[in-house]
Structures are given as structure tokens and as C-alpha cells.
Design a protein around this ligand. Sequence first.
Ligand SMILES: [Zn+2]
Ligand SMILES: [Zn+2]
Length: 358
Amino acid sequence: MRAVVVEQFGTVPLSREVPEPVPGEGDAVVRVGATGVCRSDWHAWMGHDPDVVLPHVPGHEFAGVVEQVGAGVRDRRPGMRVTAPFVNACGRCPMCAAGQHQVCLDQRQPGFTHWGSFAELVVVERADVNLVALPDHLDDVGAASLGCRLATAFRAVVDVGRVRPGEWVAVHGCGGVGLSAVLVAVAAGARVVAVDVVPAALDHAARLGAEVVVAAAGRSPLEAADAVRTASAGGADVSLDALGSEATCTASIAGLRPRGRHVQVGLLPGAAGLPRVPMHLVVAGELQVLGSHGMAAHDYPRLLGLVAAGRIRPGELVSRTIPLARAGQALADLGASADLGESADGKRSGITVVLPQE
Ligand SMILES: [Zn+2]
Ligand SMILES: [Zn+2]
């Protein structure tokens, strides 16, 4: 099969022939119909993730069809259209027993702990626990984001942020997961302030229903936070750092009203340095600082219900589709300006989806 293979961290990977995967016990092999290019793929490619061993195939956000299942798989069959949360949970540890598969103690992640979905085929471990059946009305391009960004945003806004209708939600960083959070927050009846340095990302957020956009270019994090507090009549009830940087984390916390909830969604890998966080504001305002990490497979029906009802349209996140041969360059482009706190490459907003079968 063809796959995009990272041979060296930080060097644009090319696609080449590799052996097809064979499912181990409990595993499924999925033929990848579509796979998103996500910022955490960029972190893996940069060498920020200690789990990644070279040579490596990135990709953890996909939709496709089950091709083959290993011994012991009970409920998943070849021919099923599926996605899977990027955390492939064990289903047995104390966290899984409590229903918290997204923080499984024995988790595996395609594209990180083993080869991922920038390939014609990908392995999903513990298939009975992790494969999510897709409805026919949702195509693979739209469904790919259910593996990571849309599901992550749903859990961050609805379950971790506990948003209520009429509340203000601030989204700092309007890349893929940030735009997903805008979509989810609007569907939940919240009023949304979107913050980014890239005009195209703000335009996209406004099209998805953000009521106010704040152009953060040239503003300090505290100035961006001031703009959020002004727009939201005293501060956001829920605020997300959807990029993962010291600047966006600071702006998110500082833009909350007293007793507001900050949800950290963007990755801040230790390899990139430990961010300074305005903890004095957390104490003075009794703020809550929360983390959110994907979503368990068994939690997907609520999100899929909103998709079926037409209240969330995943296709609105997608800006372009590309063949596998261009995936490596797309990965490099995604992070080219991340150090500047940019969520997009300056020209394009939204999610790039790779079509490995083309
Ligand atoms: Zn992701
Ligand atoms: Zn587990």
C-alpha cells in the first residue's frame, strides 16, 4: 500500500510503498477513505511526541471501511463504515471501567504509538471498544474530523466546559479544532467570540456563527483578552485555548469572567517548553482550569445525533481535499507559522482532508 512515511523529524515526508498491515488479536484494519491533517500530526512530525519512533506514518483522524478484523473481534465486520477516536482505549483499565476512555491508562494512538492513517490502510486496536459506526448520510470527508477535532471540540465545549445556552464562549485559535469548537458552541446555543491572528480563520469562524471576531494580530495576549471581555459584557463563561501556546492560553484565562471555565485543548508538549500561566487570575476570579483530551467512542451518539439533525455540519470545516502525495507538504505547511501563534497558513482556513484512495 502507499503511505506517507516520516524518515526524519522536520523533513517533508514523501509517500511510498510499504507492507500492508495485518490485524493482531482484537484489531481491525480500516481502508482509509479520508483523513484530516491535524496540528498534533505536526507535533509528531516535529519530534515533540516521545511516543513516535521513526520511520513513522502520521494520521489519526479518519473515516473509512473495515477491511479485515483480527481474531477475537466480536461486533465489527468487514464492510462497516467507521471512524475511531484518536485514543484507542483498552476497555479494561480503571479509567475505561469508569467510562473515561479518552484518558485510558493503556491507550494506543494511530499516528503516534504506531503507524497512522496517512496511508491506504490503518490499524485500529481493540476494535470492539473503539470503532464508531458512521451513518450513511455523512460522507468520509465530513466524517474524518470525528476522529479528532470535532469530537475533541464537542467534549471540550459540552462535557468539560459544561456550556449552557446563552453563555459566552471564547475560542482562542481558529484552526481545525477551534473552528470545530465554534460549530459546537453555536449548536449548543452559546454566543461565540472567535480570536485569531489570521483574517481568513476569523472569516471562517464568522460564517460558522461566531457573533464577534477579535483580530489578535499586533495585540498582546492581555489586549486580546480585554477585547473578549468587552465583547462578552464582562468576560466569557467558557474559554478555550484551541491552539496551544503560552499566548493563547494566557489570553483565554484572562478573558474569562469570575468563576469562568478555561478549557485547554491545544497541545502544549513539554518538548516545546512549559508555558507560564496567569495563575493569580485563576485564584482571584475562582476560575476553573480544565483539560480536554478527545472523546470516548461510547460518547459519539450525542454528537452524531446533532449531525443527523443538521445542527452540526462537519463539511463546513473542510477547506480542501488533496491526494496522499501532497499530504506531507500539507503537514509541513500547517505548522510553518505555529511559532507565531497562527492557526492557519495565512491564506487558507479550515481543515485539509487527504484522500488516500485517489
Ligand atoms: Zn488531531
Ligand atoms: Zn483503558
